[in-house]
Design a protein around this ligand. Structure first.
Ligand SMILES: Cc1cc2nc3c(=O)[nH]c(=O)nc-3n(C[C@H](O)[C@H](O)[C@H](O)COP(=O)(O)O)c2cc1C
Length: 209
């Protein structure tokens, strides 16, 4: 099947992309409004974008009621956010924070979540998250009316001690994090699943050429 995106409504193209670009890691983003209200919401248009400097990106869609989502509004206003990763045991609380609450209502309170102070930035992290990245906004790219990509520089990383195999070497027990990922359609997620390992090839002229 071939689709020219120009011939189809945006919502149709959204379905094709979100049904195929899977699994997507989930950034459970905490921010603070200019008034100090702590906000939390999940974002699966998310990934690591580099390490020199360490960068992450978030795709923040237009909100039909509010225009910019609270997360986008707060990041634009304060330049700071925390990306918390979601373990399977936190999935339901994560889902609660996707509620379409009006601006000024803290989803952190609605979901009964505990926060812990960040070290270098003002928005707190989620205390139960296995991993949290403290981020400062490097660049906000408006990709459409009220649709924004936030590129953040990671300034600090928290990983719960129980997941460190060798803290000095930076070795993490990744499977033990038990992170969930977003799949297709409405409400499908991935947890666990098969893994396989492959060594990356190295070009050797005498052997390959
Ligand atoms: C698992 C999951 C992933 C989501 N990913 C995104 C995303 O990448 N971009 C987006 O704009 N909304 C995404 N949403 C919807 C937002 O979480 C939702 O609109 C939320 O109310 C935004 O909250 P805020 O206005 O407090 O930022 C996602 C929802 C869920 C449940």
């Amino acid at each position: 099947m071939f689709y020219n995106c120009a011939d189809h409504p945006d919502q149709f193209v959204y379905k094709l992309m979100t049904a195929t670009i899977t699994p997507r890691p989930i950034a459970w983003v905490t921010t603070r409004s200019a008034d100090g209200v702590v906000n939390a919401a999940p974002y699966s248009f998310f990934n690591m974008m580099g390490h020199e400097p360490p960068t992450v990106a978030l795709g923040l869609l237009r909100d039909p009621d509010k225009g910019l989502k609270d997360t986008a509004e707060n990041i634009s206003a304060t330049g700071e956010f925390v990306v918390n990763l979601v373990a399977r045991g936190m999935a339901e609380a994560m889902n609660v924070t996707a509620i379409n609450a009006p601006r000024g209502v803290s989803e952190v309170d609605l979901a009964g979540l505990e926060t812990a102070p960040s070290t270098l930035i003002a928005p707190p992290r989620l205390a139960e998250a296995p991993v949290s990245f403290e981020c400062r906004l490097l660049s906000a790219v408006m990709t459409g009316p009220k649709q924004m990509i936030a590129i953040g520089r990671v300034v600090a990383i928290h990983i719960a001690d129980r997941f460190m195999l060798d803290a000095g070497r930076g070795h993490v027990d990744t499977p033990a994090l038990d992170l969930i990922a977003r799949m297709h359609g409405s409400g499908w997620y991935k947890a666990g699943g098969a893994m396989f390992q492959m060594d990356r090839p190295v070009y050797a002229p005498e052997r390959d050429g």
